[in-house]
Design a protein around this ligand. Sequence first.
Ligand code: FMN
Length: 176
Amino acid sequence: MKLVGLSGALAGSKTAIAVNETLKTAGRLNANLETEMIDLRDFDVEMVKGYPLEKYNEDTQIVVKTLLSADLLVIGTPIYQASISGVLKNLFDHIPQEGFDGKVVGMVATAGSEKHYLVPEYHLKPIISFLKGTLPARNVFVHTSCFDGSNVIINEDVLNRMEKMSEEMIKLYTSN
Ligand SMILES: Cc1cc2nc3c(=O)[nH]c(=O)nc-3n(C[C@H](O)[C@H](O)[C@H](O)COP(=O)(O)O)c2cc1C
């Protein structure tokens, strides 16, 4: 069972930290889980131009193939302008239709405003559903105030949500 975490932020590190923390939590829950992290800061994913995947650079191909190789995905986005990040949307545009079929896909969002807690529900969920991913009922929203000055997540409620979402994702995958 392979769980891939994806951080769709190029600016800061909060989204990657939140996704990584979720992967660690899931790994503690199930010893058979192999985890891999894709942090988009480490890859030069090209803009979609309508070409077949093999026409793009190696990084783009690695990122897309790694996502497609997953059984479970944790997708992290920073909230930008009341939506998901542009780099994440561009990456989704590289994924074939139905590319998430059979995968369980959890959402993690980091944000500066509590008012945007429904953004993943309305902007990320429809894309995951379109790609035929199976979504757990829970997701994880991490406001800036949930991190301490060293970017460690100190909010217990957030850590609990990561655990609950991971439990649900593993259950959804293993019961299929
Ligand atoms: C361009 C930009 C737009 C943003 N827009 C929003 C927004 O609409 N709502 C919000 O809650 N936070 C917004 N933020 C704050 C980020 O979502 C927040 O700082 C996030 O944790 C950054 O993640 P990162 O550290 O992984 O880059 C914005 C930040 C940037 C840089």
